[in-house]
Ligand binder design. Structure first.
Ligand code: AMP
Length: 507
């Protein structure tokens, strides 16, 4: 074990919690965020507003450890609420604005939230669910009306909870991943280190902030390196291209990059000032990686993480950024590949379950000890549910989700393998392979292909037969204009399975 691996991640840090770390690493006079609505916040103004919000939360009767559920539009104030929770010892619980009252009811009940902050526009709809305050994306709402002085930050320590993030869960109900000050700080510092962030960095931020990517990867790498955000409330390719010359880096989901590729202004010249383009949250197609490099000269840096673990692995900043891989484990993070059935470690080069351990790992699922015990092994490794392998040079390659595995007539079929072949065929923009209920096979391999052309199903199947074993060849290929994706750009296979559930078993 290297000296770095054997030391705790915070051995050289004087700060005892996120609030102290923030203050030790930021300059109050430096600009923290320049927003697309023209507003500019220095670090000093941002921190004062966080104190003001902390006192407003305390004024409602909230005590350290209480959960503060927040379902508001993206704004600097939404980010401020996280730091208000950090300063007041509260637990930040962000929710996607797409959730309905019915869904919100589950999150509030499951978490036992003390307070719910929603947009003024939904105040009536959300009435009666919990103690309510409102906040809009321009600095309006009942939260802003409360202005009590904030005297002193709560002295949290690294093991105290800072946030609960509910997993985006494509099956079953979401689980609340409990994240501590230490989980978030260790991960942000590891990313700042490997991606070489400094106070001179300016990050173009166009990601949602209810999710780990925009919230913790995007905000914390900047806030804890003392750099600046160019803050866009939504991703819009024109707006991005207008502001890109002022930025030094951008983070995005793969869809951002496929959209930018279609934009006429994306050239070597317009991206010359960018230090690094980073991608994550969903697989970046090797083809997108190559096309972007051809057009701009930048090899997109792909990384891998999840709500429960923060970031796990990243391609190198210096060194080869390999398309189709997610690089190496972060400092202090261990990754191993195991047999999904027995849990035994597998040698490099073999596909299996990706397991992770380190200071990045969440503590438990809120109020779900059984689920926690199912997913975290006795030796502290978390079973991610992602399948993958480590190649000869140590790069991690993700080969799919365990729950996407198709079992057809007793054979295991990994959708990714078929998707990769399908994606090379003429006219196929993208594909998703799923298993659908079938009387004979249990599950029948089925492909859904996104295309802008009129393709011949029989010809595609014949082409696949020349490359794949018969049991892997889809029984049917369905055509769509676009695959369904969630806000983070992930293809929603559960949705495809639901829509086509009766394809082989008409009801
Ligand atoms: P979430 O908890 O919403 O962030 O989703 C985490 C999941 O996104 C992971 O378990 C992976 O399945 C997927 N994911 C994240 N980053 C990548 C990546 N670079 N390549 C492939 N899948 C990814």
């Amino acid at each position: 074990m290297s000296q770095l691996q054997s030391q705790t991640w915070h051995h050289a840090i004087a700060a005892q919690n996120l609030a102290e770390l923030f203050q030790s690493r930021t300059d109050p006079s430096h600009v923290f965020a320049a927003c697309d609505d023209g507003r500019v916040f220095t670090y000093g103004q941002f921190w004062t507003l966080a104190g003001r919000f902390a006192s407003a939360l305390k004024n409602t009767g909230a005590k350290p450890g209480d959960r503060i559920a927040v379902q508001v539009d993206k704004s600097i104030e939404a980010l401020t609420l996280f730091w208000a929770c950090v300063r007041g010892g509260f637990v930040f619980l962000p929710l996607n604005t797409a959730y309905t009252r019915w869904e919100v009811t589950y999150f509030l009940e499951d978490s036992g939230a003390k307070l719910f902050i929603c947009t003024p526009a939904r105040e009536t709809e959300m009435g009666g669910l919990a103690q309510l305050l409102t906040l809009d994306d321009g600095g309006g709402g009942s939260l802003m009306a409360v202005d009590h002085p904030w005297t002193e930050d709560i002295q949290s320590d690294w093991d105290d909870l800072a946030a609960i993030l509910y997993t985006s869960g494509t099956t079953g109900r979401s689980k609340g991943a409990m994240l501590t000050h230490g989980n978030l700080a260790s991960n942000a510092l590891a990313l700042i280190d490997i991606w070489q962030f400094t106070p001179r960095d300016v990050l173009l931020h166009a990601l949602p902030v209810h999710h780990t990517h925009g919230l913790f990867v995007g905000m914390n790498t900047i806030a804890l390196s003392g750099g600046q955000l160019i803050f866009h409330r939504k991703f819009n390719a024109d707006a991005v291209m207008k502001d890109l010359p002022r930025a030094t880096c951008m983070m995005g989901v793969p869809t951002f990059y496929t959209r930018l590729l279609q934009h006429a202004d994306v050239t070597r010249e317009t991206t010359r000032h960018i230090r690094v383009f980073i991608s994550g949250s969903a697989p970046l197609l090797a083809e997108t990686h190559r096309a972007f490099e051809d057009k701009t000269g930048h090899a997109i840096l792909e990384r891998y993480g999840m709500t429960e673990t923060n970031m796990i692995a990243s391609n190198p900043f210096d060194g080869a950024r390999r398309a189709g891989t997610v690089g190496f484990p972060l400092p202090h993070v261990s990754v191993r590949i195991t047999d999904p059935a027995t849990g035994a470690s597998l040698p490099d080069g073999t596909d299996g379950m990706i397991e992770v351990k380190g200071p990045n790992l969440f503590q438990a699922y809120w109020n779900k000890p059984d689920k926690t015990a199912e997913d975290i092994r006795a030796d502290g490794f978390f079973i991610t549910g992602d399948l993958g392998r480590i190649d000869a040079e140590g790069y991690l390659i993700i080969s799919g989700r365990a729950k996407d595995l198709i079992i057809t007539g007793g054979f295991n079929v990994y959708p990714k393998e078929i998707e990769e072949v399908l994606d090379t065929l003429l006219g196929v923009t993208e594909s998703a392979v799923i298993g659908l209920p079938h009387d004979d096979f249990g599950e029948a391999v089925t492909a859904v292909v996104a295309t802008s052309q009129t393709l011949d199903e029989a010809k595609l199947i014949a082409a696949l037969k020349t490359q794949l074993g018969a049991f892997k060849v889809p029984k049917r290929v369905l055509f769509v204009a676009e695959l369904p994706r969630n806000a983070m750009g992930k293809v929603q296979k559960a949705e495809l399975r639901r829509i086509h559930a009766s394809l082989y078993r008409p009801v």
